[in-house]
Design a protein around this ligand. Structure first.
Ligand SMILES: Nc1nc2c(ncn2[C@@H]2O[C@H](COP(=O)(O)OP(=O)(O)OP(=O)(O)O)[C@@H](O)[C@H]2O)c(=O)[nH]1
Ligand SMILES: [Mg+2]
Length: 378
């Protein structure tokens, strides 16, 4: 792969990778960070969520990268925290490249993050084009190309707005579609979002990543007119999404298979959630063994009619560990809580085997987005 000499400037490069919940942002960021590190560049990663105790932070940190987490609101509403996070990552030596993952239900990032960063901190940051990743199965449904479980119109409004402001739409997970399906999706995207650049990648297999990395590590974001956003509708869409973050301590008298346990727990959560009419956007969990430094299992489920997939596995059985559960779904947050309670009782409720103790839980719906800055460019 070509060496990106151009990105070593006195400014650090700021790369933001957006896209709806479950599109593959964290997976892709991990690959990008590895790619840049292999070239001798220092990377600093910034994760973001409405709550804390994040699977994404645990996953990226387990891959050896410095990560700062901004919790309790999206980048646009916590703009100063974003700048602080960059400063914290720069304490020892400043990263050449910052890679930031905004919350997957967030939009209007260009006006509220990219442009203010450029105006206020233009001497420090060089802003890359905004990439918006999509899961092609989800995108086909939102664009009306296929049937299947869908979000409501208000949530779909946010999805479409994310695509509208993209400099580059990245059809990720491209191996999930046939060539013909990809052609149709590409045509539908071009019709709905004319003039947008569209790339196809697989963050999992690595296909198409080189071309995308080349663009976001060398190109600058071009200023365009600010996208109109109906903030009331945006807030209503966000409020339809339930959010749950929990931490559970697992313990057993005898060693157990953490991968199989995580799989069984995810399947139990899936059946409880779908049974309650939830539209799952992303159920993700990590299992971090008490003994076994750097070893981490990660499992994800990105829609009701799919299967939970282990994206990282534990090497050895364990006797104790920390389970982090993050769920984002279109359903009332109380339903998420009751699904978790039921799944915990069913899988870790005593009677021998693995025992679970709930250490932390928060469940809520995101509040109305109130950006710190919003730059209007006409
Ligand atoms: N088949 C396939 N799966 C992928 C690919 N990229 C990511 N995934 C899977 O998609 C799921 C979600 O990936 P993440 O990287 O966590 O998605 P995300 O966009 O960061 O999700 P949020 O942070 O919740 O918004 C995981 O199971 C990944 O392994 C890909 O190229 N192909
Ligand atoms: Mg993520």
């Amino acid at each position: 792969m070509q060496t990106n000499q151009k990105i070593i400037t006195k400014q650090a490069r700021y790369i933001m990778v957006g896209g709806f919940l479950g599109a593959g942002k964290t997976t892709a960021i991990c690959k990008l960070a590895k790619h840049l590190s292999a070239q001798g560049l220092r990377v600093g990663l910034i994760t973001n969520d409405q709550g804390n105790q994040l699977v994404d932070t645990a996953m990226l940190a387990s891959n050896g990268f410095p990560v700062e987490e901004i919790s309790g609101g999206c980048f646009c509403c916590r703009f100063n925290s974003l700048v602080d996070a960059a400063k914290k990552l720069s304490v020892d030596s400043r990263p050449d490249v910052f890679i930031a993952e905004p919350v997957g239900s967030c939009t209007d990032l260009v006006a509220t993050v990219s442009y203010p960063l450029r105006r206020i901190y233009g001497d420090e940051f060089e802003i890359a084009p905004l990439s918006v990743l999509i899961d092609p199965v989800r995108a086909q449904r939102v664009l009306g190309l296929t049937e299947g479980g869908k979000f409501s119109d208000k949530v779909s409004y946010i999805y479409r707005k994310q695509l509208e402001e993209a400099d580059i739409i990245v059809i990720n997970k491209r191996e999930l579609l046939t060539g013909l399906e990809l052609e149709r999706l590409r045509a539908a995207l071009l019709e709905a979002f004319p003039g947008c650049e569209i790339l196809e990648t697989s963050a999992r297999t690595g296909a198409g990543l080189e071309d995308w990395f080349q663009r976001i590590t060398t190109q600058q974001q071009v200023m365009r007119a600010t996208m109109p956003v109906d903030y009331d509708l945006y807030a209503e869409g966000e409020a339809l999404l339930g959010w749950l973050n929990a931490t559970v301590e697992l313990r057993s008298e005898t060693p157990f298979d953490g991968n199989a346990t995580l799989q069984r727990f995810a399947e139990t959560m899936q059946s409880r959630l779908t049974g309650q009419g939830a539209q799952i956007a992303h159920l993700k969990m990590t299992l971090d063994p008490e003994a076994g430094i750097g070893d981490l299992a990660v499992i994800n489920l990105v829609r009701n009619d799919y299967v939970p997939e282990l994206s990282q596995e534990l090497q050895d059985p364990l006797q104790a560990g920390q389970l982090i559960v993050n769920v984002r779904a279109e359903v009332a947050p109380e339903i998420l809580k009751s699904a978790l309670d039921e799944a915990l009782a069913s899988c870790f409720g005593g009677g021998g085997g693995v025992h679970g103790t709930l250490e932390h839980i928060e469940f809520f719906q995101p509040g109305k987005p109130q950006p710190t800055h919003r730059e209007i460019v006409s």
